[in-house]
Design a protein around this ligand. Structure first.
Ligand SMILES: Cc1ncc(COP(=O)(O)O)c(C=O)c1O
Length: 371
């Protein structure tokens, strides 16, 4: 079945030709420049594929295991390097879902799951995260949706778009719930690394045999354009199924992406890069939090992790408001909650560094809200 567009991408496409002067809700840390990696790159690197493994550069796979805290639990053999977490998710959805089977996911949540369930003809069951419950995921409600037909559970942790975190105990419970019917459990960790409350949650690949961790260097490290991510799973058949499907799409990894990601994930680079991203993210989040507290038409549940969250907008539907804010005189971009089936909310966030003009964007948002 044909893949159809989701509302988030539809909004991005319909606004690409706009030239906003400020962006609110940028979801990744400031992107480093290529120059930062040149001293560690080999000028003799052949721009062919890596020549060693269809799963990706072994050194990079080792780094992926280490950054996920999976040393001793998983090995490089359990990792497939992919074109971002998006491709990792895609490979899983395509290989695991079948017409008529059931998938459980969350709303608000990352729309890729719904699009792929629809395309494959799977039955999608959504668990509502409620704002009045701090956008927490109700595991009892999730468990109640499980049937013998449940093939897959897909969640993001931290959750996109609310920034709420599942704890270790919740992840263990989720694994038990999935295991009652032998379902696969994908936890998309693309936003991991910028936790404001509590520690980074453990990766599901280390907890559950049918657990699949997906992630990438896109968000906390700002390296989205490398298109380098991964899936981690201890089930060898799952990894091989993904390799086989990928052979019919992007075939192999992006060699420059593999090398730059490997450098970026070296401990002497990763630690300082995360520390810098955390310092900048925390300061900007405090600014945004204060801003929302001062705005009578806005309220939000502060994200526990990551650079984005959902704010409730009073008195106006989110999409017309976002379009009004994008037009003159405000020229400020943000995503309306319609992208997440949350039409009374807007997505706010603080990533992107100086280029997004955060302070000015907030002033313009205040003016638009007041007008
Ligand atoms: C939850 C989630 N998963 C995956 C992706 C895609 O990330 P990547 O650049 O690693 O493909 C995004 C991007 O916004 C996301 O929010």
């Amino acid at each position: 079945m044909k893949v159809t567009i989701h509302k988030l991408f539809d909004y991005l496409l319909s606004t690409t030709s706009e030239v906003p002067e400020c962006v609110l809700g940028f979801s990744l840390s400031q992107s480093p420049r290529l120059a930062a990696f040149l001293p560690d790159l080999d000028p003799d690197l052949r721009l062919d594929w890596n020549g060693v493994s269809f799963q990706g550069l072994p050194a990079l796979r080792d780094r992926v295991i280490a950054q996920a805290g999976l040393d001793g639990l998983c090995s490089a053999e359990d990792v497939l390097i992919t074109a971002g977490a998006a491709e990792a998710n895609y490979l899983c959805f395509r290989q695991l879902l079948e017409p008529g089977c059931e998938m459980i996911s969350e709303t608000p949540g990352w729309p890729q799951a719904a699009v792929m369930a629809r395309a494959v003809g799977a039955v999608l069951k959504l668990v509502q995260r409620r704002e009045d419950n701090g956008w927490r995921l109700d595991l009892d409600a999730l468990a109640a949706q499980v049937t013998p037909k449940t093939r897959l559970i897909f969640l993001s942790n931290p959750n996109n778009p609310t920034g709420q975190l599942l704890t270790k105990a919740e992840l263990i419970r989720l694994a038990r719930i999935a295991d009652t019917v032998g379902a696969w459990l994908i936890i998309d960790e693309v936003y991991a690394g910028l936790e404001w409350q509590g520690r980074r949650a453990p990766s599901i690949a280390g907890i559950y045999g049918r657990g699949i961790t997906t992630g990438s260097v896109s968000k906390a490290l700002g390296l989205q354009g490398l298109r380098t991510g991964w899936m981690i799973c201890r089930d060898k058949g799952m990894i091989m199924d993904a390799v086989i499907l990928r052979e019919n799409a992007s075939e192999i990894m992006n060699i420059l992406g593999e090398h730059i990601a490997e450098i970026a994930l070296r401990p002497d680079r990763l630690g300082p890069a995360l520390a810098e991203a955390r310092a900048e993210g925390a300061a900007n989040l405090a600014l945004l939090d204060g801003f929302i507290a001062d705005q009578p038409r806005l309220s939000w549940v502060r994200p526990q992790a990551g650079l984005i969250g959902l704010a409730r907008l009073d008195g106006e539907a989110a999409e017309p408001f976002a379009r009004r804010l994008l037009s003159a005189p405000y020229r400020t971009f943000l995503l309306p909650g319609t992208a997440y089936d949350a039409p009374a909310h807007i997505r706010l966030g603080v990533g992107g560094g100086a280029a997004v003009n955060l302070r000015e964007g907030l002033e313009r948002l205040a003016a638009c809200l007041a007008s």
